[in-house]
Design a binder for this molecule. Structure first.
Ligand SMILES: Cc1cc2nc3c(=O)[nH]c(=O)nc-3n(C[C@H](O)[C@H](O)[C@H](O)COP(=O)(O)OP(=O)(O)OC[C@H]3O[C@@H](n4cnc5c(N)ncnc54)[C@H](O)[C@@H]3O)c2cc1C
Length: 170
């Protein structure tokens, strides 16, 4: 009997995504092994708060992040969402940092992701704990948010399993 064509070591958010992506492209003789239990293996994915910021100087990295946001928005586990699209707000408290936020605004909009530069007052409107006297401005990316990473792993494990991928815990 033929063995798997692909063995993925690690079922964190990367291994689970890889299994999902290659099985979606027709690769089904795939086995994913993890030393821990599934879906919360105890690796980095189990500990991350899951902040997803799409702004990046690299167009490729920004596109990967945008793809992740779009994909995670479409995933759920038993009615629970895998992504909370609360938006991402970076603030500047120095003139140098404000210049950097303007530069980041240029990148992210050039890569086709909606973003807005905010005044200090607009930053405080969005996050009341900020001190309007200290903040010089902000960069808001409305489609950023929080990934529920273990749920996203579970959703992708379920989908890949339905396509024939084998997952072996412990
Ligand atoms: C405290 C913390 C906060 C973070 N916050 C964020 C954040 O806000 N936003 C963000 O984007 N990123 C964040 N990160 C980073 C993010 O969590 C990681 O980049 C991501 O989870 C890595 O995924 P992974 O699948 O590569 O690794 P892991 O989730 O660590 O998965 C690797 C898997 O491989 C398994 N494994 C390892 N060796 C073997 C072996 N020999 N045999 C079998 N299995 C093996 C492990 O058990 C593990 O399950 C954070 C990380 C930490 C720790």
């Amino acid at each position: 009997m033929a063995g798997p064509r692909v063995v993925i070591i690690g079922a964190g958010v990367v291994g689970a995504a890889l299994a999902d992506e290659i099985s979606a492209r027709g690769w089904t003789e795939v086995t994913v092994v993890d030393q821990g239990p599934l879906p919360a293996t105890g690796g980095s994915t189990s500990h991350a708060p899951g902040l997803v910021f799409q702004t990046n100087s690299s167009k490729t990295m920004a596109e990967l992040a945008r793809y992740t946001v779009e994909k995670f928005c479409s995933l759920e586990v038993d009615g629970k969402p895998c992504f909370l699209q609360v938006g991402g707000l970076e603030v500047a408290t120095t003139p140098e940092r404000l210049t950097e936020l303007r530069r980041r605004h240029g990148w992210v909009t050039a890569w086709g992701i909606e973003a807005q530069l905010l005044t200090p007052e607009e930053c405080v409107e969005r996050h009341a704990l900020l001190d309007v006297e200290k903040v010089l401005g902000g960069l808001l990316v409305p489609t950023d948010g929080l990934a529920k990473a273990v749920l996203a792993v579970e959703a992708q494990i379920r989908r890949a399993t339905e396509r024939g991928v084998t997952f072996l815990a412990r």
